[in-house]
Design a protein around this ligand. Structure first.
Ligand code: MN3
Length: 234
């Protein structure tokens, strides 16, 4: 029993670590070779914070549609052999359908991997220290991130990013824009994000975005956020 638990834990931990590497690899993948990432947990696994019907529709329809439409939009353009990171670096010059679907694909890949069952709580180690240093305390960070998520009018995302000077910043973007885009208001490497489009919460929370944002803290995979932070600063 204990042995099985240990083996399962090792598989789970190594699986998550591998998945983080896969998402980082995604940015270095030529656009035409992008694959649709598997979900590393069941649709039901984030209940009650995120309900399984929302997960199913969000992952298998919304996310899938961004992926399919990204491949269609990039095909035959000079961007198809560029990496996804390079595509974002030209965001200001992209056809609108390509920009929107490239963003929609990457943003959702990161969103679904930044969440995990049996997670939440607070970060530890280096990330915890830098969050305290940057925002006064974990609660100070929570307030600022929540405020970015609540303050984004209409559809979009709130982000925790590492800027080029290695400092942390909170920002938000509209629609499927992201901080990797060359025309982003605040640019940096994303390490945490929340989808505040209504499709991310409406089935369970209706118009109450605040309740969804509060519940999101229960499903943040801080180990993953820490890994992304470590890779962003080194
Ligand atoms: Mn979404």
């Amino acid at each position: 029993m204990i042995r099985r638990f240990i083996i399962t834990s090792i598989l789970l931990v190594s699986g998550l670590a591998l998945f983080a590497q896969n998402t980082l690899k995604l940015l270095q993948t030529p656009a035409v070779k992008a694959v649709f990432p598997p979900l590393s947990y069941a649709y039901i696994a984030l209940e009650p914070s995120i309900d399984s019907l929302t997960m199913r529709i969000h992952y298998s329809r919304h996310f899938r549609a961004y992926y399919d439409n990204f491949l269609k939009a990039v095909a035959g353009t000079p961007f198809e052999t560029q990496t996804i990171q390079q595509v974002f670096g030209s965001a200001g010059n992209l056809p609108i359908a390509l920009k929107n679907n490239a963003g929609g694909f990457y943003n959702h890949a990161l969103y679904f991997e930044i969440m995990a069952p049996n997670s939440g709580g607070q970060p530890t180690g280096e990330l915890a220290a830098v969050i305290n240093q940057s925002f006064g305390s974990f609660d100070g960070f929570k307030k600022a991130f929540t405020s970015a998520a609540m303050g984004r009018f209409g559809s979009g995302w709130a982000w925790l990013i590492v800027k080029t000077d290695k400092s942390l910043a909170i920002t938000s973007t509209s629609n499927q824009d992201n901080p990797l885009m060359d025309n982003a208001e605040v640019k940096g490497t994303p390490i945490l994000l929340i989808d505040v489009w209504e499709h991310a919460y409406y089935l369970k929370y209706q118009n109450k975005r605040a309740d969804y944002v509060t519940a999101f803290w229960n499903v943040i995979n801080w180990k993953m956020v820490s890994d992304l932070y470590a890779k962003a600063i080194h």
